[in-house]
Design a binder for this molecule. Sequence first.
Ligand SMILES: Cc1cc2nc3c(=O)[nH]c(=O)nc-3n(C[C@H](O)[C@H](O)[C@H](O)COP(=O)(O)OP(=O)(O)OC[C@H]3O[C@@H](n4cnc5c(N)ncnc54)[C@H](O)[C@@H]3O)c2cc1C
Length: 442
Amino acid sequence: MGPQVVPVASDPTCPPDADVVIVGGGIIGTTSALYLAERGLKVVLCEKGHIAGEQSSRNWGWCRQAKRDPREFELIREALRLWRGMDAHIGASTGFTTTGILFAANDAKKEASFADWVRDAAGAGIQAEMLSGAALAHHMPGDTRPPPAALWCSSDGRAEPQRAAPAIAEAARRRGALILTDCAVRGVETGGGKVIAAITERGRIATPHVVVAGGAWTRRILRDVGIDLPQLKVRASVLRTSPVAGGPTPALWDHDFAFRRREDGGYTIANGHVNVVPIVPDSFRFAFDFLPALRMEFASVRLRLGPRFVTEWRERARRTFDEPSVYEAVRVLDPAPDNHYLAEAFAALQRRFPAFAGARMVQSWAGFIDATPDAVPVISPVDTVSGLVVAAGFSGHGFGIGPGAGHLVADLVTGARPIADPQPYRLSRFFDGSRPRPMAGL
Ligand SMILES: Cc1cc2nc3c(=O)[nH]c(=O)nc-3n(C[C@H](O)[C@H](O)[C@H](O)COP(=O)(O)OP(=O)(O)OC[C@H]3O[C@@H](n4cnc5c(N)ncnc54)[C@H](O)[C@@H]3O)c2cc1C
């Protein structure tokens, strides 16, 4: 079972029409709803399960610029600016706080690559630095085996995933958006090359705009309108601890573990170097596209053949709008966590930081990260279907960039000046021969 998420009640009625229908109530769908509703549009957000039921409540909660792909610099810089003002803007708490984030550099090669990154980021207005010795110890008190150096981004922060998207959804509702939960979108009705309606399990909503922010389901949704989005899933596991007195405030990634302090005094902990990739029918379909990513993450990838193969094979079957969809069959995608890797990470952390010695693992869970071949999201209109916008493929770092992405979605739908150059996020890069490659990975 996933973590406990602040509940968001559904609005009772499904309207016959809307200016925009948003598919998916994660951080991307809810921020899109907020910024679209603020522009006076009639917005309906449809979530098949509950708000933030999938990735957006299961993540580490890191809102980081550190170690980002340079193609995301402008958008993440803006996203952090939005996070800093978010609580005041929506009149509710997302738990966002600026704490700084550290990435350990355990060898000279990594140190040199982080130092290069620091220079590139400075050119984009993101301040970061390399730390070592006493300066590093200041941020990681109690570390008995500190790394030789670390990348430090002091303006990075964290928010609380179990209440950020719910708080933003409620704020969108206060601005006039309708929030429908337990309301799957079965498909998008098109005609004459444009969006006509969203077909939900509660009825048809006539609309000229649909935003697909369906996370790991986005490929399945787009396939029905003839778009072959290259997207695969990575299973990532997390544990949370009982409260820890005297633990570090900033978040840290190191080879064996990654952690961040939670508002409840415990920590969210993960294994720093394991990415479990289930083998599914699409693994073969996209083997070539994902080869550069596989090479880049080779040491951390654990390929697994299991029941997921059959599940996704079955989910491929086409259904009519009158039949219950695969989305209704799986209200919340809730994979079992890889507790073995989590136990390794927790033990390594306890050996290194005595403050964690008495902590207990309270809960563990997993989520499916939706990844693209270049590990950069798609935030883009669809050239072949006017009115259709995709915002997915956030490749393991969409929570932090969420408000920036939601703002960009609203800009694309309304034709406003974009908050950041949308060019790196265009869908067409996968079909026009660009063959984009990963630069920073998940
Ligand atoms: C373990 C883990 C750790 C992570 N750590 C971080 C981190 O520290 N920092 C960071 O920035 N990112 C992190 N990420 C990634 C981040 O969580 C995601 O990139 C982000 O939450 C994606 O948001 P989303 O709204 O696109 O997708 P989701 O949160 O997955 O939301 C998609 C929603 O769409 C709904 N949906 C799908 N199909 C339909 C349909 N047909 N009808 C209606 N609803 C539908 C789903 O039910 C789901 O709720 C992590 C992810 C995981 C799994």
